[in-house]
Design a binder for this molecule. Structure first.
Ligand code: ATP
Length: 869
């Protein structure tokens, strides 16, 4: 059951060869074939082996420096130092490796959520299945924006074009038609075929699946070259770069120190070298890149839990900084659960009762609406079915509502007559037409936006009906006009529609706002984010819904036509104050994004259609709808909303802000800590004093704290009030003046505390080793207090909630405390690190010094926060 050249074979022969029919396979036959042919999945591209991926963790300049240091210490036979340095390297690699595995798993899960579905005919009915369940012989239905799920021989094509760049490299969409082409035609010219993995850019199609999985063209060229998602963002890349230069600087300073110590300080060279290596290792922020990457991976997962799927990692930063969200209306701000509530015909106004998509409900007052109902039934691509007593709509919910309405009026919600031709709905022309065969000959039914459809009708008072549509819309109803025309031919003549239609009536549908969207809009206001609604719907409907949702300025509406009259400069001026844009086409979205960006705003834009792709790409954060969005929109987007809900966008913004905060916290904790540790040693050397902390001890501190404590910050939840701050400026540098000041302040305090404790111990006549042990423990205690300070950089740390910390923080602190007790009191470890047991009262003193340090930096923060208010 194989066809070699489906493109040059007629549809009939293809169907025959595959033992299929235009009505689709039966479910049992499809299941049998799935077993025989296997799932419609591309063969996995080979991934790097585990070992290789682990080794790749060592490929990093900071790690090379550490390995160099290990080699030098080994040459000098300082085995303890070598061991500790290697342990640091290993711990980094293990954490990096685990995190990468976790991140990959997260991204793979996301890819699964985004796996495409396909609309197929099975047992004669249209249904949605997983793309992987397709088998040769299936009949697939496609429309603009869909991704082709398998290689298809076209059976029907209306205005069809596809973008086949992934196969042919040609980015201009190719027109597709049913007739066979020459057997030797190159791939790009086989117009009777649609290829797996390509995108339908226009029109509708029905196709016969001829090849699936690895047998498809894309499968044969070795699978999709999967875009390798780099786990990085602009900020992380910037920090990577910063860390690299910082390392060079540290190495240079270390070398100078070595020269100074040897020639001027007259220290022994070997001893000097060890100290310098200790300082360099302490100062180099080797854990920083790994911890930042983990922070990102955790953010991706947190967003996924909130139904926002990150497709491109940089978006995680971008979404946290947005200052405007441009959103669709239908389904995003509203529920997209439609119900026909009112109908207005030349005979009068009728109220329609009922709930959901159930085709039962009274019409008051009674009247003959059967022509209107037939138009609603036939000019329709959806289906409604009753499952477990609940009626659900397959396809466009609005069309589902029209079917329910038809059921209420004529007792039938399944189209009967044969469909001869159709003009599919397109958001640019805003109507749809269907030619069906009826008993008394062919009838064209048209439905669409009132302004568009009324224009095609003859014999009515246009301005009167426009006004009636306007009134309906101002109540927040979505309004459609329906019309019909007799047609004797087999095709719809678009020219004959203009002016030649008989008007049937207006239909008003309710689509209630989502309650959680109202709350989310309020949250945006508090967070200094402006929300703008950009919809294809009527201006009146849009304004009414905008008012109910709570948009800042719902009274002023700009329509697509208004936008067309403004040039880019005027638009940039107007755009800031207007929150509702109605009757827009996808092209307007792109202009709006650019106009807002011209105002220096950082824009999130939602979209679902094929034509929304350019705007999504251009926006700072492009967001596609996961449920009703086309594949084309999803591929262009940075983020996909699994539940199409506006509230999920706001949740993603909150997560994005948290991730950015946590990245900042990781940096703000690491840099001052490293600086503090190294300044202590450098100053001791320059002043010719005894070292308060030995080289080995510095390495030890670095090993146990740098990775563990810093890592805890990656798991921090959102700080309270993170959505009560205005958005950060996207161009704000991470190494801000206040961070630099913090580094200096903390380094100074470290210096004072460590030297203080050290001098106190020396003064009391303690042996040098004990004084050094106390100094080392002081450093660790200061680091822990510093961690608690950093957890709340935007608010006070002196609250019960802040003191409670997170599980991760406490686990890390307990682990470090045990480790410190061990090296201080366990004799075997004392021998290795040169430590001595610290008397109880001195231990308490160290904690008091830590508390004082905390009090100083906390008060300093309160002063700074106070000044900003
Ligand atoms: P958004 O999702 O941005 O709020 P929308 O879904 O309201 O936009 P479109 O889908 O572009 O916008 O629809 C615009 C208008 O086209 C609708 O207000 C309606 O009048 C008409 N329309 C929508 N869908 C159909 C359809 N299937 N058949 C006929 N007309 C339609």
């Amino acid at each position: 059951m194989q066809i070699d050249d489906p493109h040059s074979t007629s549809v009939e022969t293809c169907l025959e060869l595959l033992d299929a029919s235009t009505g689709g396979l039966s479910r049992t036959e499809a299941a049998r074939r799935l077993h025989a042919f296997g799932p419609n999945r591309l063969p996995e591209t080979r991934r790097r082996g585990r070992l290789l991926r682990f080794l790749a963790q060592f490929h990093n300049l900071l790690i090379y420096v550490l390995l160099g240091a290990a080699a030098v210490t080994a040459l000098l036979q300082h085995w303890v130092d070598t061991g500790v340095i290697l342990a640091v390297v290993l711990a980094n690699a293990v954490i990096g490796h685990l995190q990468e595995g976790k991140a990959e798993a997260a991204m793979a899960a996301i890819r699964n959520i985004l796996a495409p579905h396909a609309s197929v005919l099975r047992d004669g009915a249209r249904m949605t299945v997983d793309g992987t369940d397709l088998v040769p012989g299936d009949i697939v239905v496609l429309e603009a924006g869909d991704k082709v799920p398998a290689d298809l021989r076209l059976i029907e094509a209306r205005g069809l074009s596809a973008q086949e760049a992934i196969l042919t490299g040609e980015s201009v969409p190719v027109e597709k038609t049913v007739p066979s082409v020459a057997a030797h035609a190159p791939l790009g010219d086989r117009r009777s075929m649609l290829w797996s993995g390509t995108l339908v850019t226009q029109g509708t199609a029905k196709g016969l699946v001829v090849h699936t999985g690895g047998a498809t063209e894309i499968g044969r060229i070795g699978g999709l070259v999967e875009g390798v998602e780099q786990l990085t963002t602009p900020l992380v890349a910037q920090m990577d770069n910063f860390a690299r230069w910082l390392s060079f600087l540290i190495l240079l300073i270390a070398a100078l120190l070595l020269v100074y110590g040897y020639f001027i300080g007259h220290h022994a060279f070997g001893e000097m070298l060890m100290v310098v290596i200790g300082v360099a290792v302490a100062a180099i922020p080797e854990g920083l890149p790994a911890v930042m990457t983990i922070t990102l991976a955790i953010g991706v997962q947190a967003m996924a839990r909130r139904h926002a799927i990150v497709r491109h990692l940089p978006a995680i930063e971008a979404i946290g900084s947005v200052s405007v969200i441009c959103t669709d209306k239908t389904g995003t701000l509203t529920r997209n659960e439609m119900l026909v509530a009112v109908v207005e015909t030349p005979d009068g106004i009728f109220e329609i009762a009922g709930e959901g998509y159930a085709p039962a409900g009274a019409v008051t007052p009674a009247g003959d609406l059967s022509r209107l109902a037939r138009a609603a039934l036939l000019c329709n691509d959806a289906a409604i079915t009753c499952r477990d007593g609940i009626w659900i709509a397959e396809g466009d919910p609005m069309e589902g509502a029209l079917l329910a309405f038809a059921g209420k009026v004529i007792g039938d919600h399944r189209p009967d007559g044969r469909r001869l031709d159709a003009i599919p709905f397109d958001s640019r022309h805003r109507f749809m037409a269907v030619l069906s065969e009826g008993q008394g000959g062919g009838l064209v039914h048209v439905k669409g936006a009132p302004e568009r459809v009324l224009r095609m009708c003859g014999g009515i008072d246009l301005s009167d009906w426009h006004e009636r549509a306007e009134i309906m819309a101002s109540r927040g109803l979505r309004v459609l006009a329906l019309a019909e025309r007799k047609e004797s031919g087999e095709e719809i003549d678009p020219a004959a529609l203009e002016g030649g239609l008989t008007f049937l009536g207006l239909v008003g549908l309710i689509d209630p706002p989502r309650p959680e969207a109202i709350a989310a809009v309020a949250e945006c206001r508090a967070a200094g984010i402006r929300v703008k609604m950009i919809t294809g719907d009527h201006a009146g409907t849009a304004a009414a819904i905008a008012a109910r949702i709570g948009l800042e300025n719902s009274s002023r509406v700009l329509t697509g036509a208004d936008l067309d009259k403004l040039d880019d400069a005027q638009l940039a001026l107007e755009v800031a104050g207007v929150d509702v844009f109605a009757r827009t086409s996808p092209e307007h979205k792109l202009r709006l994004v650019m106009a807002l960006q011209a105002n220096g705003l950082s824009v999130a834009m939602t979209g679902d259609g094929v034509n929304d792709a350019p705007a999504l790409k251009r926006a700072d954060a492009g967001i596609a709808m996961g449920q009703k969005g086309s594949e084309a929109a999803k591929e262009a987007a940075d983020l996909v909303l699994a539940n199409d809900n506006f509230a999920s966008i706001v949740a993603a913004v909150r997560e994005g802000r948290t991730v950015y905060d946590n990245l900042t916290k990781v940096i703000s904790w690491t840099l001052p800590t490293n600086a503090g540790e190294s300044v202590v040693v450098v100053l001791a050397l320059l002043a010719g004093l005894a070292l308060p902390v030995t080289a080995v001890q510095i390495l030890w501190i670095n090993l146990i704290t740098a990775i563990t404590l810093g890592l805890a910050l990656a798991f921090e939840p959102s700080e309270p009030g993170s959505m009560a701050r205005p958005p950060r400026r996207r161009d704000a540098p991470i190494l801000s003046g206040s961070l630099v000041w913090h580094v200096v302040l903390v380094a100074m305090l470290f210096l004072a505390a460590v030297f203080g404790i050290f001098s106190y111990a020396v003064d009391r006549g303690y042996p040098l080793a004990l004084a050094q042990t106390m100094a080392m423990n002081t450093v660790v205690v200061l680091e822990i207090f510093h961690l608690f300070f950093i957890r709340n950089i935007y608010s006070t740390s002196l609250t019960w909630a802040a003191a409670q910390g997170t599980k991760v923080v406490w686990r890390v602190i307990i682990a470090i405390t045990i480790a410190q007790f061990a090296v201080t009191y366990v004799p075997a470890l004392q021998a290795v690190l040169g430590t001595r047991p610290v008397p109880l009262m001195d231990g308490v003193l160290i904690l008091v010094v830590g508390a004082v340090f905390f009090a100083i930096i906390e008060i300093e923060k309160q002063i700074r926060l106070g000044l900003r208010r």
